[in-house]
Design a protein around this ligand. Structure first.
Ligand code: DX5
Ligand code: ZN
Length: 218
C-alpha cells in the first residue's frame, strides 16, 4: 500500500475528479483533505459536501480529513456524517482531546491527533491509547506550498520514541513541504505516511511526481 497521501488542496479544482483518478491509477489508496475554517487558520477550503461526493465517486479510497478547525462541536460530526474514514484534529484546537478521540472511535472512524510545529511533542503522550495516527506538521498549517521546517526531523524522531515506548501500533504522518528531498529526511526520522500537495499537483505530471516519491519511500 502506498505510503503517500496526496493533499488535494493544490489540485485543479475544475478538474478535481480527473486529478484524483490519475493519482489512483498509480496505486494511491488514500487522499488527504484539508479543511480550513478561516478561524483556527486564516484560510478557507472545503466543506462536508466535498467529502460526501468524494466517497460516492471513490468508495474504496480512504478520505483522510485534516481538520484545521476549533469549532469541533460542528465540524467533527459533520465530517463523520459525510463519510470520512479518518479524522485528524489539532491538539491546539480543543481542551477536550480525549472526548473527541472517543467520539471518533465510537463512530468507527479512525482517529488522528495533529501537532503544530511549536507544540511540545510530549503533549501527545496522554492520548496514545486512543489514536491511530499522529500527524506531525512540518509547516505552520493554513497554506500549501510552504517549506519543510528544518527542526522537523528531530520532532518526528521524538514522536517515534514516544510511540515505541508505548508499544502501540500508531502511524506517524508528516504534512507540509514534502518533496523528493524532504520525504527522505522525514522517512529516516521515522515517518510512515507522507502528505504531499504542491509537489504532486503543481510541479509536473501527477503520475510522474508520485513515482518520484514512491522511489524514495520503498
Ligand atoms: C497545510 C496543509 C497541507 C498542505 C500541503 O496547512 O495541511 O496538507 O496542503 O501542501 P504542500 O505539500 O504544498 O506543502
Ligand atoms: Zn494537511
Amino acid at each position: 500500500m502506498s505510503k503517500i497521501a496526496p493533499s488535494i488542496l493544490n489540485a485543479d479544482n475544475m478538474n478535481l475528479g480527473s486529478d484524483i483518478q490519475e493519482a489512483i491509477d498509480t496505486g494511491i489508496k488514500r487522499f488527504h483533505i484539508d479543511i480550513m475554517d478561516g478561524h483556527f487558520v486564516p484560510n478557507l477550503s472545503y466543506g462536508p459536501e466535498l467529502v460526501k461526493d468524494f466517497k460516492e465517486a471513490f468508495p474504496n479510497i480512504e478520505a483522510e480529513i485534516h481538520l484545521m478547525s476549533n469549532n469541533l462541536d460542528v465540524t467533527i460530526p459533520a465530517f463523520v456524517k459525510a463519510g470520512a474514514d479518518l479524522v485528524e484534529f489539532h491538539y491546539e484546537a480543543t481542551d477536550q482531546v480525549e472526548k473527541w478521540l472517543n467520539y471518533l472511535k465510537d463512530h468507527n472512524v479512525k482517529a488522528g491527533l495533529v501537532i503544530n510545529p511549536e507544540t511540545p511533542v510530549e503533549k501527545i503522550k496522554p492520548y496514545l491509547d486512543l489514536v491511530d495516527q499522529i500527524l506531525v506538521m512540518t509547516v505552520k498549517p493554513g497554506f500549501g506550498g510552504q517549506s519543510f521546517r528544518p527542526d522537523s526531523d528531530e520532532r518526528i524522531s521524538q514522536v517515534k520514541e514516544l510511540i515505541t515506548a508505548s508499544g502501540k501500533n500508531i502511524k506517524i504522518e508528516v504534512d507540509g513541504g514534502i518533496d523528493d528531498h524532504t520525504a527522505e529526511i522525514a522517512k529516516n526520522a521515522g515517518a510512515d505516511i507522507f502528505v504531499a500537495g504542491s509537489f504532486i499537483f503543481k510541479k509536473g505530471p501527477i503520475a510522474q511526481q508520485i513515482l518520484k516519491l514512491e522511489n524514495i519511500l520503498v
